[in-house]
Design a protein around this ligand. Sequence first.
Ligand SMILES: [Cu+2]
Length: 193
Amino acid sequence: MTKLQFRCSTAALLLALAGGAANGHGAEAWDAVLKNADGGEVGRVEAAPMPSGGVHLKITVSGFEPGVKAIHVHEIGDCSGEGFAAAGPHMGGAGHAQAAGSHAQPAAADASVGHDHAAVVSGDAAHPGDLPNLHLPESGALTVEYFAPHLAPAMLSDADGASIIMHAEADDYSGVAGRQGGARMACGAFEAR
Ligand SMILES: [Cu+2]
């Protein structure tokens, strides 16, 4: 057993003892509580590293109008400010040049740079924080699971953290400013579980 395996299995055991090993992905995991502008809870997000790389997300929301809404992981784990401004832009990873040329290296990814929105899901690059839109049914409640293969666990665990933001409208995946979901409806900062 390697040192890492030992650490993971030890932590997994501790999580299991605490009743928190629901994700099945190992030691490190994060939770975010989505709140609207009034501070009301409107959802929860569980995030955990995938053994193959990237992050697995389980998103549960309720209490919304039906419709198609953008949801992204944003740069900073802080939902303060008008319109959750402190959360910053979409998680851009290690910069546009690197993201466009190849997949960002998770270990080296610096979540504090790379705010260029020129190429999001379309074209040859995906921002690590980009996610498929949520299609909310009549009930306004939905649970989905996403694989975010470009989202490095280090981006969630770095000093400024990360947040998840739900927008009022759909992202058209063009990467063009103003077409990425519009107003920020809800925000949750990731916290280590
Ligand atoms: Cu966003």
